[in-house]
Design a binder for this molecule. Structure first.
Ligand code: FAD
Ligand code: EPU
Length: 338
């Protein structure tokens, strides 16, 4: 039996803190409940909701919101070097990271404190501080809403890219991710080369490197830069960092000496820091009503309280236009627009 709520506010369920309602709201904590909910959805629109930390509601949702409450973590296999751990989609991502660290299972410590749930992590191949989940991904199970059965996706099937996967691309809106199995290392390989991790570890006075100390360093850096959704509504980076040809980058560098970009190894492309582009267009700290651009990180759009999703969306459009005009580079939204 599933319990359907009607005309329910989604404000507590999105980290942007946008006030919007959903026509129907159902939680599911088993495949049977999910299947029963999908029976009722019929031809209506539907949306699976995890922690709501990567979406922008641009109005009331005239469909079914299915809140994923699948729980559980299980060690499914191990060999000399690896453990294979299956986590249910409704587990908190950072909770799972800390669970792995407590057991000395390495590989996801650099992804500490990313909000949201395990089930959404493969959607955009979450990444931070030099690691993406594709690096530790083994397989996942997902429920196919079209064929009404559970399917297994291997690493290749997911076609992970930078903030991309088949679930955000060609299979958008078709599969509900049920659980993800990760292959974590018994012998850690430390990734400290990215960003300010090394400086932070020094500041912390760490002499013996461990996955816990890396996790702590990452948490400290994130807390210093990114707004806490409990204080200021946001969904992390609103745009992707754009990739352009090395040639275009050199042309831009001739005009804008300080432009921030990194060559992508094995390609003839450069990934630009979108935060720098947006800051140069004068948006950092901008505020109109309750919609704004974070004062410490221009890539993060914020809701100071009562902003509507349409206002944030309109602001993102103005940012895209000004970056295009100044640099000839088109920013792409990273957040899922509902
Ligand atoms: P939701 O917002 O609930 O959903 C996101 C999308 O996935 C929606 O389209 C939803 O329909 C779909 N979805 C959710 N669950 C499922 C499922 N089980 N099956 C199928 N589809 C599903 N991201 C990064 O990659 N790196 C970062 O460093 C990072 N930092 C952040 C910092 C802050 C302060 C915030 C607020 C966000 C940040 N994010 C970051 C973005 C976000 O945390 C991730 O994208 C996260 O994986 C979203 O999880 P969620 O459960 O909240 O997803
Ligand atoms: N920068 C500016 N001004 C700004 C912000 C950034 O000039 O206002 C420049 C700085 O030079 C800085 C560089 O941009 O050195 C990179 O900034 P930062 O290290 O903060 O990372 P980012 O590129 O802005 C990306 C991810 C984050 C992830 C961090 C750390 C994307 C879209 N964003 O941000 O992911 O946590 O790197 O790996 O790739 C998210 O996806 O929601 C997210 C927060």
């Amino acid at each position: 039996m599933i319990n359907v709520l009607n005309n329910t506010s989604l404000k507590p369920y999105n980290t942007f803190g946008i006030e919007a309602t959903t026509k129907h709201f159902v939680t599911f904590s088993s495949v049977e409940e999910l299947s029963a909910a999908l029976d009722q959805v019929g031809a209506d629109r539907w949306l699976v909701l995890g922690g709501g930390s990567n979406l922008l509601l641009t109005g009331d949702f005239d469909g079914w919101t299915l809140k994923n409450e699948l729980k559980g973590v299980e060690l499914v296999n191990e060999d000399e070097d690896y453990v294979y751990v299956r986590a249910a989609a409704g587990q908190s991502w950072n909770g799972f990271v800390q669970y792995a660290i407590d057991r000395d299972w390495a590989g996801i410590e650099n992804l500490s404190l990313i909000p949201g749930n395990v089930g959404a992590a493969p959607m955009q191949n979450i990444g931070a501080y030099g690691v993406e989940i594709k690096d530790v991904f083994y397989e996942l199970e997902a429920y196919d809403q079209v064929e009404r059965r559970v399917c297994v996706f291997t690493l290749n099937d997911c076609a992970f890219g930078y903030r991309e996967s088949v679930f955000k691309g060609k299979f958008k809106g078709r599969f509900v991710i049920l659980n993800v199995t990760f292959r974590l290392c018994k012998k850690p390989v430390f990734h400290t080369e990215y960003g300010a991790i090394t400086q932070e570890l020094e500041k912390m006075g760490i002499e013996q490197l461990s996955i816990r100390s890396i996790s702590e360093a990452v948490i400290r850096i994130r807390q210093s830069k990114l707004p806490d959704p409990a204080q200021i509504g946001n969904a992390g980076s609103f745009f992707k960092n754009p990739t352009i040809s090395d040639e275009q980058f050199e042309r831009l560098q001739a005009e804008f000496m300080d432009i921030v970009g990194h060559h992508v190894l094995g390609t003839d492309t450069t990934k630009l820091a979108a935060g720098w582009l947006i800051e140069q267009c004068g948006w950092k700290g901008f505020r109109r009503g309750d919609a704004g651009v974070h004062a410490q990180q221009a890539l993060v759009l914020v809701n100071y309280g009562q902003a509507r999703g349409e206002e944030i969306y309109a602001l993102s459009g103005e940012i895209i236009q000004s970056v295009e005009e100044k640099f000839g580079v088109t920013l792409e939204r990273e957040v899922n627009i509902i």
